[in-house]
Design a protein around this ligand. Structure first.
Ligand code: AMP
Length: 358
């Protein structure tokens, strides 16, 4: 069987690395070659969408913002897993939020707006809010915070927005699950996530569930989902509020490469290929620190790896401010030790000037 992956970034790279041993062939399509090109059995670029889809038995994606043509072709040929619905919802924030609201999932209050003027006007109702562009925004891009208690004038680019109430959460969290074609679901332990300027900085597990597993399960069923699905939450007074979902493997699940009985990457390939799923077991408290906007060098590599239990993943991408360039996986004997190690690795990478890199 040949599995096609749309997108050639680090998520696809880890999918291939983790699932090679299953004996499948992997083909990759991307607009611009990324890290996984070198380890793909075949690589396809712009103009060869049809050849790519035709050459694969099933097609999945590592990211929502991939070639629309290739997605459509894979859907037409009934090869796309997970299905087109989950991607469609993710390509427009308003569609995603409306779907969540109609499904009675717990979410932050929001209003749609079709211009900058309308977005700013509607945001006054919330006092403190986040204006999120409906398309093209991820990792904090295309998002603007407004606080009418602090300033009486704001300027944002003219665009369509989801105007969202600001949640004073206690912490952010995520839950990753896998669902197969029979509807069977298995979940990874929830993770606690810390974002900096809208980008995931650290993540650690295990964490309290607070009902997140049930919410994520209901979402997967509603989407008749197949594959690995990640759901991001705000947790306030022990109550989870869905922020968004990702129909794919997720940055907060990278720790499963070491601390769990199965990685999210192999689990995804199992789910889409129709293989039995593994019930994930967390062997040790595990976490990650993302390397963002910071170039690697020998000194830094040595310092990071001098923290016991760390593994380094460098994606080999062109360094750029606020870009995810790699991550460090960390395991520890206790949750307390894990937090200490995460703090130490974070300090080694960013020192006191984290904003220089974001
Ligand atoms: P998103 O792209 O929607 O995941 O947003 C990126 C990050 O911005 C989140 O992980 C939060 O840290 C923050 N954020 C987004 N929406 C809200 C909200 N309604 N209230 C508070 N923080 C938010």
């Amino acid at each position: 069987m040949r599995i096609g992956i749309l997108g050639s970034g680090q998520l696809g790279f880890m999918m291939i690395l983790e699932s090679r041993n299953l004996g499948y062939e992997f083909a990759t399509f991307d607009i611009q070659p990324g890290p996984s090109r070198a380890i793909s059995d075949a690589y396809f670029g712009p103009g060869s969408e049809k050849d790519f889809v035709d050459s694969c038995d099933i097609v999945t994606f590592e990211f929502e913002h991939v070639s629309e043509t290739a997605l459509m072709l894979a859907n037409q040929e009934e090869k796309l897993v997970p299905g087109i619905r989950s991607v469609d919802l993710k390509r427009d924030r308003l569609r995603e939020k409306t779907f969540l609201r109609e499904g009675e999932f717990p979410i932050a209050d929001f209003e749609p707006a079709y211009s900058a003027e309308e977005a700013l006007r509607k945001s006054r109702r919330f006092g403190r809010s986040i204006l999120k562009m409906t398309t093209g925004g991820y990792d904090g891009k295309g998002q603007f915070r407004v606080d009418w208690g602090k300033s009486s004038s704001y300027e944002v680019p003219d665009a369509s927005y989801v105007v969202e109430e600001l949640v004073d959460f206690d912490h952010e969290a995520s839950l990753i699950l896998a669902r197969d074609s029979s509807g069977k679901k298995v979940s990874f332990e929830p993770a606690i996530n810390v974002n900096h300027r809208g980008i995931l900085l650290t993540s650690s597990t295990p964490a309290k569930d607070h009902g997140m597993g049930q919410i994520a399960g209901k979402l997967a069923d509603r989407l008749d989902y197949r594959g690995v699905l990640a759901v991001e939450f705000f947790v306030k007074d022990g109550v989870p509020i869905v922020n968004e979902f990702a129909p794919r493997v997720h940055n907060s699940g990278h720790h499963t490469l070491h601390g769990s009985s199965v990685s999210q990457f192999e689990q995804h390939i199992r789910a889409i290929a129709g293989l039995p799923l593994i019930k994930p077991k967390l062997f040790q408290p595990s976490g990650i620190v993302n390397i963002i906007g910071r170039e690697m060098n020998d000194h830094l590599r040595r310092k990071i790896l001098s923290v016991e239990g760390t593994r380094l993943y460098w994606y080999g991408k062109e360094p750029r401010r606020a870009r995810k360039l790699g991550h460090v996986n960390i395991i520890a004997d206790t949750g307390e030790e894990l937090e200490k190690k995460i703090g130490a690795v974070k300090d080694i990478i960013y020192g006191k000037n984290i904003d220089d890199y974001f």
